[in-house]
Design a protein around this ligand. Structure first.
Ligand SMILES: Nc1ncnc2c1ncn2[C@@H]1O[C@H](COP(=O)(O)OP(=O)(O)OP(=O)(O)O)[C@@H](O)[C@H]1O
Ligand SMILES: [Mg+2]
Length: 271
């Protein structure tokens, strides 16, 4: 964790950055991220409006997971700036604030991973209420009520007492979604959350995601589900070689890709 290298504080003004969408919820401005000498994000800029669903696609190693991890403060960017709601992350800005401030960004953005990352020794309900109990310091009864409501929302009201090993992959992923929602984020970052699932289980997870979208949740989804991206995304962004090579509506990007990188990628995943 390298939160201490980043400044997180309200921006001096809420000036929108010349994009098509005013007052974005998430703004990524010229972000550079290296692993050692390897340049992984090479000047990435994008913005996400409140309630927007963005599908992030592109070839393996293109930097998609790295970008989500930078957004969620799991990684520190080397340069550029990330703004999430009223907070900004900028390693170059003076007067950096410590991990407490980065935690505020994490509170606004939940993250869900391909491999669920549930606590194996806890029931579904215990997984969901762990952070509300210990981070938000909710009273146990309140946390339990919230947890049961959320399990109901993801269709698992009857599995509250099941342990992860007693759940299917799709059910585990829905518990993971409920767990992320328990912190009442304004946005969710989803990193290939259906990739580990059998085809019939993917649908139940994607249905939950689509319901969240209808409820106004801001979603940034790394996905190889091109059908889902076409159906549910407001915008598709293609990240390849650490750069955004294409961005547009699903029909623009998926059905009429303009760049050779996008065309090559889609021809592989759409076979
Ligand atoms: N912790 C790390 N240390 C060093 N290099 C890393 C690390 N994590 C990722 N990389 C490298 O950074 C590049 C981008 O990786 P990233 O995981 O962001 O790609 P991705 O687009 O998510 O790929 P995939 O579709 O396979 O998940 C890759 O070359 C990868 O090998
Ligand atoms: Mg990845």
């Amino acid at each position: 964790m390298t939160d201490d290298q980043q400044q997180v504080s309200p921006p001096p003004t809420a000036a929108p950055q010349g994009g098509a969408v005013p007052e974005p919820f998430i703004e990524v401005c010229d972000v550079v991220k290296r692993y050692g000498t390897q340049l992984v994000l090479d000047g990435v800029s994008l913005s996400v409006a409140p309630g927007e669903t963005v599908a992030l696609i592109g070839p393996s190693g293109g930097g998609k997971s790295t970008l989500l991890r930078c957004l969620n403060c799991l990684l520190t960017i080397d340069s550029g700036e990330i703004r999430v709601g009223p907070h900004r992350l900028n390693p170059q800005a003076p007067g950096g604030v410590g991990p407490d401030a980065a935690r505020q960004v994490k509170r606004l953005l939940g993250m869900i991973f391909q491999d669920f990352q549930l606590f194996p020794h806890m029931t579904a309900l215990q997984n969901v209420i762990e952070a509300p109990l210990h981070v938000l310091r909710l009273a146990r009864n309140d946390a339990r009520d919230r947890g049961l409501r959320l399990l109901q929302r993801v269709g698992l009201a009857d599995r509250a007492d099941a342990f992860p090993w007693q759940l299917s992959g799709g059910q585990k992923q829905r518990v993971a979604i409920a767990r992320a929602l328990a912190m009442e984020p304004r946005g969710l970052l989803c990193d290939e959350i259906t990739s580990a699932l059998d085809p019939e289980l993917k649908g139940e997870v994607l249905d939950v995601v689509e319901a969240l979208k209808r409820d106004g949740m801001t979603l940034v989804m790394v996905t190889h589900e091109i059908g889902f991206a076409r159906r549910a995304a407001d915008r598709v962004i293609v990240l390849a070689g650490g750069k955004i090579v294409e961005s547009g509506t699903p029909s623009q990007v998926i059905d009429n890709p303009q760049t050779p990188r996008t065309q090559a990628f889609l021809s592989r995943v759409l076979v």
